[in-house]
Design a binder for this molecule. Structure first.
Ligand SMILES: Cc1cc2nc3c(=O)[nH]c(=O)nc-3n(C[C@H](O)[C@H](O)[C@H](O)COP(=O)(O)OP(=O)(O)OC[C@H]3O[C@@H](n4cnc5c(N)ncnc54)[C@H](O)[C@@H]3O)c2cc1C
Length: 470
């Protein structure tokens, strides 16, 4: 970036909050997504909303792309500056501003780490439920912009269900305040929902107010192993049909169980085809009865072994395997691609079987774990980006997985977002008219396309596949 342009930004945030050495630009050229990389021109750490408004006004007049970046843990190349430009960081905007015990809300800056919000409110007897597995490192600004979900999504919903108000800097530098600490508000279009999950393509979120709920008094954990995927899937449906909504209902397939056991040596049954981890929270009596009933349902549906944790320590042991799933798989090959195809709960067994067949068809290594209660599966492909021929087969396999997810009534992403990576597949889900409506919204809010360009909207849509599995 020219010295003159850089000086404009320095005059707003100070020399100490601007980075542009080659090493620094390289560090912000990629995120948690494999195989996407491009260097920004400048990295900047503003300190408040007004500074961000000033920065955006310069970018608007000079047509400089702006990429908001939390912790860069997104898995869709959402923060890769594929057209260069300015990376905006929120490391100077990481404060909890207010806990409102009367309205049960918390107001935070976008750079606060999600886990810190959960810990802070729990110390005050309150609960912020959305818990993406990355919550120890991801920021709340990133969570809101991706509408992230987590293990507790089945019972408590996802990030959008907790956003009450936000401040946004629009692409022309104007500051927009949306929502409030209100239980009800139907004034006009629901603009706040539009910004939730907008992946930095419509504006920069600079302050967020979140809804809190009372902290559940108790929690219990159980586990069940199965010799068939169908038995595990039947158990999931039967639990819900029995009118139990567990806080967590997590799934691991045989490949994942094997990888975890290889890594952790915790005695997991290597012959099991599937594992379900179940958790319930609430009042003690209800929790005890629900967890026992869930285990009973698992046994009625063919579980080969089951267990209920009798203490927090035992619960932690039962949860170790699921928590270690990604790390255990990631040890196997140089590159890990974590996907999140999502189907209706009733289609889980079909989807997992299809993933296994696709892995064989394209001769690639894919294991699956995920949030069974939500139908949100994480087919995880273990590969090596240096092997171009294998990467081609991986791409074909993943495209076929998205295709089948849609055929089964699902979607190409349940929680990781679109970014640059999934943009070529978005039309498969939304159709041409859906894409056109989105383009119209983008054009009216960001006519110069400076907010995270090259994301969400693909240059070219991938051709729908004609699949012949026969
Ligand atoms: C190991 C691992 C586990 C994961 N588990 C989950 C999971 O369980 N559930 C889940 O949903 N996701 C999960 N993710 C994906 C990722 O962690 C989430 O999408 C998370 O919300 C991203 O937060 P971040 O702070 O890293 O945001 P980033 O990756 O930095 O940014 C994400 C997007 O938000 C935009 N953005 C960030 N901050 C702002 C802002 N203030 N204003 C406007 N736009 C902004 C960016 O431009 C980008 O498009 C996981 C990722 C990893 C690596």
């Amino acid at each position: 970036m020219s010295v003159k342009r850089k000086d404009l930004f320095v005059s707003i945030v100070g020399e100490e909050n601007v980075k542009d050495s080659q090493a620094q630009l390289l560090a912000y050229s990629y995120d948690a997504t494999a195989n996407f990389q491009s260097k920004p021109d400048l990295v900047i750490s503003p300190r408040d909303t007004e500074e961000i408004a000033g920065i955006v006004k310069i970018c608007a007049s000079e047509q400089i792309p702006i990429i908001s970046r939390g912790s860069g843990t997104n898995l869709a190349a959402g923060t890769v500056p594929n057209q260069g430009g300015l990376i905006v960081l929120f490391n100077n905007m990481d404060e909890i501003l207010e806990l409102d015990m009367e309205n049960l809300t918390i107001t935070v800056q976008p750079g606060v780490i999600t886990q810190n919000i959960c810990d802070f409110v729990e110390d005050n007897g309150l609960f912020y439920p959305p818990d993406p597995s990355s919550m120890k490192i991801s920021t709340i600004g990133g969570n809101v912009s991706e509408n992230s979900g987590g293990l507790r999504g089945l019972k408590y919903g996802v990030t959008k269900d907790y956003v009450k108000a936000m401040t946004v800097v629009l692409p022309d530098g104007e500051i927009l305040k949306l929502g409030g600490k209100l239980a009800k508000d139907v004034a006009g279009y629901d603009l706040m929902s539009l910004f939730v999950g907008s992946e930095g393509t419509l504006g920069i979120i600079t302050e967020i107010t979140l809804k809190l709920i009372p902290l559940p008094i108790s929690k219990k954990t159980g586990i069940a192993y199965f010799n068939s995927l169908e038995d595990a899937a039947e158990t999931v449906s039967a639990i819900i049909a029995d009118k139990i909504i567990p806080v967590t209902l997590e799934f691991m397939d045989k490949g994942t169980i094997g990888a975890v056991e290889d890594f952790m040596k915790i005695g997991l049954p290597l012959d099991a085809e599937a594992m379900l981890l179940m958790e319930q929270d609430g009042n003690e009596e209800q929790v005890a009865s629900d967890i026992q009933q869930m285990i009973r349902i698992a046994e009625q549906n063919g579980a080969t072994s089951t267990a209920i944790a009798s203490s927090n320590e035992e619960a932690e042991i039962l949860k170790t395997g699921r928590r270690a799933a990604l790390s255990a798989l990631a040890r196997k090959r140089p590159t890990t691609i974590l996907e999140d195809a999502t189907v209706p709960r009733s289609e889980i067994a079909k989807m997992v079987k299809a993933i296994q067949q696709i892995a064989v068809k394209y001769d690639v290594q894919i294991s699956t774990f995920g949030h069974a209660g939500d139908g949100n599966l994480h087919p995880t492909c273990l590969t090596d980006v240096r092997d171009e021929e294998e990467m081609l087969r991986v791409e074909q396999a993943l495209a076929e997985i998205f295709h089948i997810a849609i055929e089964l009534g699902g979607t190409i992403t349940g929680e990781h977002g679109v970014g640059e990576m999934k943009a070529p597949y978005l039309e498969w889900k939304l159709g041409t008219s859906g894409i056109n409506v989105m383009k119209g919204i983008k054009q009216s809010i960001d006519p110069q396309n400076i907010m995270n360009p090259g994301k969400m909207f693909a240059k070219e849509t991938k051709m729908r596949l004609v699949i012949n599995n026969g």
